[in-house]
Design a protein around this ligand. Sequence first.
Ligand SMILES: [Zn+2]
Length: 278
Amino acid sequence: MPELPEVETIVRQLVKVLPGRRVERAKILRKNIVHGSPARLVKAIEGTAIRSVTRRAKFIVVELESDRVWVTHLRMSGSYRVVPSGENGDALPVYTRATFDLEDGTQLLYVDPRTLGRLEIMPTVDWEARAAELGPEPLSPAFTTVVLERCLGASRQPLKTFLLDQKRIAGLGNIYAAEALWRARVSPRRQAKNVGPVRASRLHRAIVDVLSEAVGGSGTSLGSTYLNFADADGDPGEFYEALNVYDRENEPCPRCGEAIMRIVQAHRSTYYCPSCQR
Ligand SMILES: [Zn+2]
């Protein structure tokens, strides 16, 4: 569920805490959250200083001084929590799957109720090769209307499926793809190569706007249960109220009043207005 805005929210919080600090102790409490050997991940992280924390697509990328990167994909319900020094004597939050003790007493927790998220360690060069296969970052200058138009023209996929493909555009998921299409007044069922320059231009604007606004609102939490997104302070996102179609089946379209429809595309729910999205 966490998409670009939610991952970006967490990364911005981690940037304030991690770079320049050394991880003294790493503990994996649930082995299946590690891709590869948990012991190898612990060994790579312990005693190593953190150089930087960035986001690429929906990945959290922690660069270590050892020229290795610690990459996390949160998948459905993963999150990092920062526990400031002095507060870490308390019991761990339920669903804590890994703990990382920093040299200054700060504790970083990986929390994941469904344990579908993945932590992985790899040489920086390997990560760079993988990152190069991902599409452009939609909030970077590299993502232009022309780039989007060219990419759309080369695809026969339905537009919604196209937008979820991380090799086309990085970081979009089910929520923001639906919202961008609604804003652009384009049907999720339209074939990507038939979008055309006018719709492509509207879609480009809509993708940039919806993601920027959601980052500003610290992401979307769909409810208040433990399965929903929380940031590194444990707080929910504030963007849910701003959603126009996602999770709003049968509610009136805020633009034309027609009932919002839910269809299934590539095994995922798509919400859209059949009347004003063409
Ligand atoms: Zn409508």
